[in-house]
Design a protein around this ligand. Structure first.
Ligand code: B16
Ligand code: MG
Length: 215
């Protein structure tokens, strides 16, 4: 395979917002009297807002009306936005900018595939918005990871066929989405927790350009 595009997930790959999603869901779960810990949260990484809420409600044996679900999603999102209000370019994970620069120098396109409706806001605050050749997020797709739609849309927007794309993800649902899109998956996180990737790195900083080129 010759790599012509790298499509990055956002939360947990380019910046540490994954932890703020966890804090905001945890606060909501506490309020509802539903036990929710970091292990549970692994199941929610890469899963969209409604899917995440329903996962928590199901764990607590609760079924709510659509109006009540909407109210809780708004509450969680308001809390999340409050938690990420301080984000600046300093919150970009180490290694992201050098990797973007190296990819650009090789003529490899850079895409974003995020399940978050807040993705545009976050990349703007991180100061990296102009560096993406294409951004696909929850505002532009209807099926959440592990459905491949967001990665396929990104590849289409980049004008690169999926077999020439590498996807980078911190979520099991995201790795599955990349594989189902017919791309190669690189995982960021713990190899004991994540499966289905051709390589697992502890952080984006550890990704070597030569490894991507040799995939
Ligand atoms: P929002 P990613 C995902 O973003 C997060 O991993 C997931 O925890 C979150 O629930 C989802 O976005 C929806 O986010 O509520 O902001 O629309 O990792 O795909 O960049
Ligand atoms: Mg993520």
């Amino acid at each position: 395979m010759s790599c012509r595009a790298v499509i990055f997930d956002l939360d947990g790959v380019l910046t540490d917002t994954a932890i703020y999603h966890f804090y905001a869901w945890k606060a909501l779960a506490d309020e509802l009297g539903i036990a929710f810990d970091e292990h549970d949260n692994e199941q929610l990484k890469g899963v969209d807002r409604l899917g995440s809420l329903r996962w928590i409600l199901q764990k607590g044996g609760l079924t709510l009306s659509e109006a009540e679900e909407n109210r809780l999603m708004q509450q969680k999102n308001a809390h999340y936005l409050q938690l990420i209000d301080h984000i600046t370019p300093d919150n970009l994970y180490p290694g992201v900018q050098p990797l973007f620069t190296a990819l650009r120098q090789k003529g490899i396109k850079i895409g974003l595939a995020s399940a978050s409706k807040n993705a545009a806001f976050v990349v703007e605050r991180l100061g990296i918005a102009p560096q993406f050749d294409y951004v696909a997020d929850a505002n532009t797709v209807s099926n959440s990871k592990p459905d491949p739609e967001v990665f396929l849309l990104a590849a289409k927007g980049l004008g690169v066929a999926p077999p020439h794309c590498i996807g980078v993800e911190d979520a099991q649902a995201g790795i599955e989405a990349i594989n189902r899109a017919g791309m190669k998956a690189i995982a960021i996180g713990d190899a004991k927790v994540l499966s289905g990737a051709i390589r697992v790195y502890s952080s984006v900083k550890a990704i070597q350009l030569k490894d991507l080129l040799s995939v």
